[in-house]
Design a protein around this ligand. Structure first.
Ligand SMILES: [Zn+2]
Length: 242
């Protein structure tokens, strides 16, 4: 392996690392937007669930009231039937008994009527609550539509950029020897996404530890890629040109 090759490889590695940093930051931005998308949908689903719950409750109360209305009609019929019988009654005992029947039926009716009215006002309250939720939902949908359009546009743009960078990346990554590709990938993974660092003033700028002087000096002379003995990152030097 000639010195020229080493220089080339280091250049490729440095450019590769820059591209990987760019890829990472775009991916992070992208996933933030995806998260926002999920949250928008979740918020709408939450309100819709409340609306559905209210609908169910209203439906139950409504069918209870239908039942009560039937009961009321029946009692009304009983009352008029009993009242119709009164003129034909012969004995006082029977007369009193029918009056008592009418009185009881009227009491039952009054009770049913009170229940019916109670449920009606509960239904009205729930309907008001439901309208409020539907209004919230409509507002949320309106602003979500705009935001979602923005988000999909941004996601598309991100994907295009990611595609471009990924193909640029392979023009830097593919020419590297397999061994170096593996080493780079491993360092990126284990060293917080920084695999290639500058050695400056006898120090590794990756871990800020001093390098053995002969190692540091060899970076300017030796045609091979050296790594920091402390953090294993690959080292390069920038030769001062006076
Ligand atoms: Zn180091």
């Amino acid at each position: 392996m000639g010195g020229n090759n080493v220089h080339e490889h280091l250049e490729l590695l440095r450019a590769l690392q820059d591209l990987d940093h760019e890829l990472n930051s775009i991916r992070q931005e992208r996933s933030k937007l995806e998260q926002e998308q999920v949250e928008l949908t979740d918020a709408m689903v939450r309100i819709q669930t409340m609306v559905d719950g209210l609908d169910e409750e209203i439906g139950q109360l409504q069918s209870q009231n239908d039942e009560l209305e039937r009961g009321l009609a029946q009692e009304e019929a009983n009352i008029s039937r009993s009242e119709g019988r009164l003129p034909e009654i012969k004995t006082q005992k029977e007369y009193l008994a029918v009056l008592k029947e009418i009185d009881t039926a009227k009491k039952v009716n009054k009770d049913l009527q009170a229940q019916f009215e109670g449920k009606q006002s509960q239904i009205a309250e729930l309907n008001a609550e439901k309208d409020e939720k539907l209004k919230q939902l409509a507002e949320l949908k309106e602003c979500s539509v705009e935001r979602e359009t923005e988000i999909s546009k941004s996601l598309k743009a991100f994907d295009e950029t990611l595609g471009k960078i990924a193909s640029q990346r392979s023009t830097h990554f593919d020419p590297l020897p397999k061994q170096m590709q593996k080493r780079y990938a491993l360092l990126m993974e284990r060293r917080g996404g920084v695999a290639v660092v500058e050695a400056r003033d006898g120090t590794c700028t990756g871990c800020h530890m001093h390098l053995p002087p002969q190692l540091f000096n060899s970076l300017f002379l030796d045609p091979q890629i050296q790594c920091c003995p402390h953090c294993n990152r690959l080292l390069f030097v920038v030769e001062a040109e006076a």
